[in-house]
Each structure stands twice: as structure tokens, then as C-alpha cells.
Design a protein around this ligand. Sequence first.
Ligand SMILES: O=c1ccn([C@@H]2O[C@H](COP(=O)(O)O)[C@@H](O)[C@H]2O)c(=O)[nH]1
Length: 278
Amino acid sequence: MNFIQQLRQAESLNDSLLCVGLDPEPAKFPGSWKGDAGRIYDFCAAIVDATKDLVIAFKPQIAYFAAHRAESQLEQLMAHIKRVAPHVPVILDAKRGDIGSTAEQYAKEAFERYQADAVTLSPFMGFDTIEPYLRYPDKGAILLCRTSNPGGSDWQNQRLADVPGQPKLYEHLARLAQTDWNKNGQLGLVVGATFPAEIARVRELAPTLPLLIPGVGAQGGDAEATVQAGWGPTAPIIVSSSRAVLYASSGDDFAAAARRVAMQTRAQLNLARKPSKP
Ligand SMILES: O=c1ccn([C@@H]2O[C@H](COP(=O)(O)O)[C@@H](O)[C@H]2O)c(=O)[nH]1
């Protein structure tokens, strides 16, 4: 099964557009785990166990593991997700981008070491830096397009004078990802929930690509506007929330609290895609 089929299956089985981001910060862990980087696996596994029937995907951010020398805990966590939630695809948020020979190593890291189903990539260095990931035919490669942070506008909103129609950089990328670059149908795009108008524009330019949409929850993106801008029958959207779910409680009930927030967010997203009939 390829990445898009996995997304479709999880979306339907869990009736969900919600992705839970796994960004473990030991300083925010509950009780006696607080500050203990040795508990990263335990913390994330508890979140996975509490939300695995509520999500379309999980998204571990590699920096939160690497910063604590916890790569082996990330390997353990990936194996845990495959074991307890084999129907939920895992997107490794690594935002890699480098020349082809180095990209081959990053692809190996994401898909062979960590067994991720998809990885996030920076397209800044061009197509030859993306191509090595496409040699893994069932895996997804999700390109940063219109990111959720305010500084995303510095580059992504600039117009390209030399391209016909003078599109903005993010528009040009969305068009390339939908067409010339998408050799085997493996590409997706990252678009921030903080910019619903741009989600709509990307959906217009890239109607069949999955969109990974971070920025609801802690960054204040509007869940309803996000779904209305991006959701449709032609391709899945993956609406990601990390801190709002992970740190819903700083007490021993953290996993139950994470489940509650995940349920609420899933319901909010679902309501927006299924407007009640008059
Ligand atoms: O445009 C982007 C791309 C990636 N991210 C990542 O998503 C999560 C967001 O965390 P929250 O706690 O839900 O704000 C984090 O891992 C970012 O690195 C993003 O925010 N925006």
C-alpha cells in the first residue's frame, strides 16, 4: 500500500483529518518524568496509545529527539506505532534538503532506519535534491510550500519575475509538485493553517496532492477555515497539532487529556467537512 492509500485508509477507519504531532519536550513532561529525556519514548508511546483510533497520521519531529540524543527512542517509537497502530501512517518531520548524494543518505535514514511512511523536505535546492526520496515508490515526500510561520512570507510570497504569469514562489512550487516533479504520484505539500487563503490557492493549483497542514492549536490556525479551504474529494488533508494535544495537562492524566483534545479537534475538523443540512 502506498502513502496516499495509507492516508485514505486511516482517514476512513478513524474518521479523521487530524494528525497528532509528536514533539516531546522533557521540560513539559508530567510528574516524576519532568526533565527526564530518558522518558521520551514512554511519553510519546502513551500519547500514541491514547490517540491511535483518532488520527489520520502521526508526525514525529526529528529535532525533538536528536536534541536529546534520543534517536534510538525514536526508532523504538516508530516500531511501537507500527505494532499498535499499523493502519496509521507516520510522517517523519525532518525538513531535509541537500545535494543528491547526501539526500540519498537522508532518504535511507527516514525510510530504512526509521521506517517512516513519508518525510517532509525543503525544496529550496531544486528537484535533484528531491529525486532520491522518490526511489522509494511507496513512500511520500512532502515539500514545504507555504509554511505556517510569519517569516514564511519572506520568500514564499515573493513573485518570480522570470516565470510566465509571475506567480508567487509558493504558487510556482505547488504547480511543479502537481505536474513535472510528481513523477510517481508521491509528492505532497506543507501549507500552514495560519494562512487559509493560501491553502485554498494551493488546493486550486495542486488538486490531487495530499496537504500536510500544521498550525492549528498552539499557533492559532482556524480549524474550520482550514478544512473549508483545503478539504475535498480529490486528495486528503492532514491537519497537524502537536503542543495543544501533547501538553493538554501537565499532570498524570496527560494521556487522557491529550485524548480529550484530540477528540475535540477531530470533531471540529469533521464538522467543517460535513456541514449540517438545513
Ligand atoms: O509550516 C510548518 C511546517 C512544520 N511545522 C511543524 O509542525 C509542528 C507544529 O507544532 P504545534 O505545537 O502544533 O504548533 C512542529 O513540529 C513544527 O516544526 C510547522 O509548525 N509549520
